[in-house]
Design a protein around this ligand. Structure first.
Ligand code: COA
Length: 315
């Protein structure tokens, strides 16, 4: 067996400012009851002030390095999954590298939206498995409040700001670490969930601002249908091809977009409530941050034991 990558540190950060459903009731035509029953979200966090995603990423990484007892100078590579980079360039990874004082690291951003952390994790694992690096920081950081239209009730209730991070290093023993992954994308869905403005197709202009093109647009129903089947499909497939069943899984850590989507995947894997990690009620959908944040929370709650199988899934 070749060299595998293993997670040797985890951390997360959620800004202190809480935006509750009750507060949203005053901003748009919605209700706490509607939001909770349709999505599972009760409150979300908002990053205040002139701060970008890198601010939260650095905080999450500090927790990782502190746990691991490692200094920033020892880091070799930083991969940041985000759709809300501080700036188009330089990358948020560069900003984090500088803020941390990770003098010997290189880094780049990876845009995989809600799948960003999973894509970045596998990318990072490749650098470890190939022997090119002996450690890689993987960060999922999104300040969704920067691209949410707080007059659009169909999206503003869903999202929040946060960051999560993990450190990958070579596994010392066989059978431990990142064992398998299934990665896919389907660009034909591009018309159902996007932010149109600010890229090379529609550069920022008065017109793009007037047309609200710098905000998230989502056809919720279509995304919902896609998510319910696809997240369940891959979760089931990865168990099957590793000769595992739901019963072997200690924790299922799904992307936190909607409680009903999570329930559908958990049902297909035949999991009990205790096996499914949920924090959407407290943070909403924090895009690339949901999975590392949930992983960090269960880890720091002391719930993960050596040898436990964990399945992570996003869409
Ligand atoms: N408060 C009150 N009513 C709302 C509302 C809100 N915040 N948002 C939408 N509604 C209304 C709609 O306008 C619609 O009214 P209508 O029937 O008069 O047109 C009604 O509620 C039902 O809307 P619908 O979009 O069918 O609701 P839904 O049950 O599909 O839930 C989402 C909407 C967005 C919660 C759900 O579709 C979803 O979670 N989709 C996936 C989103 C996702 O995962 N995105 C992230 C991808 S990583």
């Amino acid at each position: 067996m070749g060299r595998k990558a293993i997670v040797t540190g985890v951390g997360h950060y959620a800004p202190p400012k809480v935006l509750s459903n009750k507060e949203l009731e005053k901003m748009v035509d919605t209700s706490d009851e509607w939001i909770v029953s349709r999505t599972g979200v009760r409150e979300r966090r908002i990053l205040e002030g002139e701060r970008g995603s890198s601010y939260m990423g650095v905080k999450a990484i500090e927790m990782v390095l502190n746990d691991r007892g490692m200094s920033p100078e020892e880091i070799e590579l930083i991969i940041v999954a985000t759709v809300t980079p501080d700036t188009m360039f330089p990358s948020t990874a560069c900003r984090i590298q500088d803020a941390l004082g990770a003098k010997n690291a290189w880094g780049f951003d990876l845009n995989g939206a809600c799948s960003g952390f999973i894509f970045a994790l596998q990318t990072a694992a490749g650098f470890i498995e190939s022997g090119l690096h002996k450690n890689v920081l993987v960060v999922g950081a999104d300040k969704m409040s920067a691209i949410v239209d707080y007059t659009d009730r169909t999206t503003c209730v869903l999202f929040g700001d946060a960051a999560g991070a993990v450190l990958l290093e070579p596994a010392r023993e066989e059978g431990y670490g990142l064992l398998d992954s299934i990665l896919r994308c389907d660009g034909s869905g591009a018309n159902h969930l996007y932010m149109m403005g600010g890229g090379s197709l529609y550069p920022a202009s008065h017109e793009t601002v007037d047309k609200k093109m710098h905000y998230i647009y989502q056809d919720g129903r279509t995304v919902f249908k896609f998510a319910v089947t696809r997240m369940a499909d891959v979760s089931e497939e990865i168990l099957l091809r590793n000769n595992l069943t739901g019963r072997d899984v200690k924790f299922f850590i799904p992307h936190q977009a909607n409680l009903r989507i999570i329930d559908a995947a958990a049902k297909r894997m035949k999991l009990t409530e205790e096996q499914v990690v949920i924090n959407i009620d407290r943070y909403g959908n924090t895009t690339a941050a949901t999975i590392p944040m949930a992983l960090s929370e269960v880890f720091h709650d002391n719930k993960i034991r050596r040898g436990d199988y964990i399945v992570m899934a996003a869409f």
